[in-house]
Design a binder for this molecule. Sequence first.
Ligand SMILES: C[S@@+](CC[C@H](N)C(=O)[O-])C[C@H]1O[C@@H](n2cnc3c(N)ncnc32)[C@H](O)[C@@H]1O
Length: 392
Amino acid sequence: MPPTLRQCFYMALPCRGLLVPLFRSSWGRWRSVPAQYWRNPQQPGCMCFGSARSSGDPECEPHTPVLLNEVLHYLDIQPGQVFLDLTFGGGGHSKAILRSVPGVTVVAADRDPVAFRLAQKLAEEYPGQVRPVLARFSQLRELLPSLGLADSGLDAALLDAGCSSMQMDVAVRGFSLSKDGPLDMRMDGDRYPAMPGAADAVNALDQQALTSVLATYGEERHARKIAAAIAQARSFHPIVRTQQLARIVAGAFPACAEYARRDRLQRPSHVATKTFQALRVFVNDELNELVAGLQEAQRLLRPGGRLCVLTFHSLEDRIVKRFLRGEDLAAPRRGGVRQLIRAADEEQDGEEGEAESGRWAHLRRKVVLPSKEEVQGNPRGRSAKLRAAMRL
Ligand SMILES: C[S@@+](CC[C@H](N)C(=O)[O-])C[C@H]1O[C@@H](n2cnc3c(N)ncnc32)[C@H](O)[C@@H]1O
């Protein structure tokens, strides 16, 4: 059974207690709008902005693997070993491992049916060496034993968090801020047709809950203002398209602010970027899934087995850092959303001084960041952080 929007909301990790009560009253109003209304842009009342540009074939968008040499170095996979790629995506990391390590077995897992099809193609190229698995991290525990993978049966694992280019760049998937498409953002595609998408979230959550989602998962300082703009806009028409949402968010700020923010490369970034991140994380329950993925790696890796984790924003990296330190991730962190954001900034600034957890030994004290050259060639990897650890 796919999770309902209510369950997604309930499962939200970092401030579960804060968010749940805010949700209670919001679902009923949106539930009355039929799903086909927002998935079909031809329905009356649907506002479409910009050109509905899409490259068409979701499998043709290339994904460039991030920190590839560094990942290969820290995984240090030997001939004949078993490697679990928890996030197969376009298969960039897995393919490099298959090319460079004779006789390796790759368990290629992903929640996205597009990635699964690519893994199936790769299995044809490397008969007997690639085992495609279509599953979320949280479903692996049930599925992997049928592949003969027992606890402590793995030599290496990679978790490359977030989205692939095949998801981000394909307008119909609804992740992209710059390409108009249905406001969807479900990494599982249509595997669970009843699973709520981003349009469900922006139209159903009440204003206060939406504020919390934006502040928590997007670390958006103007969450309240943006949520108010969304609430006002949806009182006229449901919000169903990506660029419709981008314009509503931009409309909450003076015109000169639309691209006034800067990304880490000091390039102008759209004022709705954090809103999109927040919705994506919320819709896909990404933070709970990340914890499930780390727990799976911990269960499956043998002593001496190696884990690499690539993260792309501070929410993810903080979870990985705390997990490898052996902290209890279910323990509530004290403080409101603002305090959590401030604490995150401080953690980012004073990066290291890692404690060993008793279960993991760090293979490198500091996180590995992409070089300037790599970022120039692949700007999408600019915020990547790699953590590498060995199972004790
Ligand atoms: C950054 S891409 C991986 C790219 C890959 N390493 C490559 O080189 O092509 C992340 C992938 O992880 C998948 N993913 C994200 N969360 C997941 C989860 N909870 N369970 C399974 N797959 C997940 C996404 O569908 C996406 O395909």
